[in-house]
Design a protein around this ligand. Structure first.
Ligand SMILES: C[S@@+](CC[C@H](N)C(=O)[O-])C[C@H]1O[C@@H](n2cnc3c(N)ncnc32)[C@H](O)[C@@H]1O
Length: 316
């Protein structure tokens, strides 16, 4: 299967998962979705530059200030800092002090290349931090470049977590759950692996359908008490605008890439979608519309995202 087919598979699956209320009842379909998703992220893991995070980001001046106060010089790395801000914003709402992690086990589900959790390891000193991802290649890269005492990465599935009951104090989940065929299975696993009194902090993009489904799940007895429900769309859109500005990191990365003029032209026009462009109001360029009509590009990359949300839940 080529790169184009891999990406098509991802878009098809993500659209289907987020636009239907079929929440994973059919295991054959679930298997196809997961295969599409892991194959595509394996490919992205092989192609990504070191230090890259895979989320749409977040920007808020106060959060940026708090990060700089906690980690002086944190922008001296080759990122625009927006993706790290999303991680920080997710962790700061967990009702524990940032200095109270010494005896805590932190698990990130859907850790990608591991850079977000590595960033959090600079924010808090936890007893141990474990990142889990479906993509075998992402986990291999994370372990090769980032693992050390107290920080490791494992391959696994959010809907079937390879941990004992009550093993985890804080479970972090950043822009990953829109890939899971069954949000319910994931939340049941979260409740199982969290210690009583432990916390889930979850941020993700939501279609109207998926959000309605989450609200229904929140009414069920999953063993979780929902303590925060915040629409963080404005902060996420601020980061997307920052990235896509002429002097932003999206165009900077394109300028640095050693690719031909046609590839650069295409990436400039098609790429914004991958970093949340349509959610921030960017519309397709003429060339993108043409390629979609010709069937070279999928007619819909991401599902129509209605909001980007932050939830915190406490294990009862
Ligand atoms: C948009 S990326 C976000 C990665 C990371 N959290 C970040 O912000 O950089 C989504 C990640 O979720 C992972 N993922 C998708 N489905 C998964 C599943 N069922 N179990 C675990 N990870 C999954 C993907 O492999 C991918 O690394």
């Amino acid at each position: 299967m080529g790169a184009r087919e891999d990406m098509y598979g991802l878009f098809t699956s993500v659209n289907e998962i987020n636009l239907t209320n079929d929440q994973g009842g059919q295991s054959a379909k679930e298997g196809t979705h997961k295969k599409n998703i892991s194959t595509s992220y394996d490919l992205q893991a092989r192609m990504s530059k070191k230090g890259i995070l895979w989320n749409w980001g977040y920007h808020d001046d106060q959060v940026a200030k708090e990060i700089s106060a906690r980690i002086p010089g944190f922008l001296d790395y080759d990122t625009d800092g927006f993706s790290e801000e999303l991680y920080f914003a997710a962790l700061r709402e967990v009702p524990l002090g940032l200095d109270d992690y010494a005896d805590k086990v932190v698990l990130e589900v859907g850790c990608g290349l591991g850079e977000g959790l590595n960033f959090l390891s600079r924010v808090v000193e936890a007893k141990s931090m474990i990142g889990l991802d479906l993509s075998d290649q992402a986990v291999k890269r994370a372990n090769a470049s980032l693992s050390r005492k107290g920080l490791r990465y494992v391959q696994g599935d959010a809907e079937n977590l390879p941990f004992e009951d009550g093993e985890v104090d804080v479970l972090v989940n950043i822009e990953s759950a829109h890939n899971y065929p069954s949000l319910e299975k994931f939340l049941r696993e979260v409740a199982r692996v969290l210690k009583p009194g432990g916390y889930l902090t979850h941020v993700d993009l939501y279609t109207t359908q998926r959000h309605t489904f989450l609200k229904e799940l929140q009414e069920q007895d999953l063993g979780l008490e929902w303590v925060l429900d915040r629409d963080i769309s404005p902060q996420v859109q601020a980061a997307i605008h920052g990235r896509l500005a002429p002097d932003g990191s999206f165009h900077k990365a394109l300028r640095e890439q050693r690719v031909g003029a046609i590839q650069r032209h295409m990436a400039k026009r098609v790429g914004p979608e991958a970093v949340g462009g349509s959610f921030a109001g960017y519309t397709d360029s003429g060339s993108t519309r043409l390629l979609k009509r010709m069937g070279v590009l999928p007619s819909q990359f991401m599902p129509p995202v209605d909001s980007y949300r932050h939830y915190v839940a406490k294990k009862i």
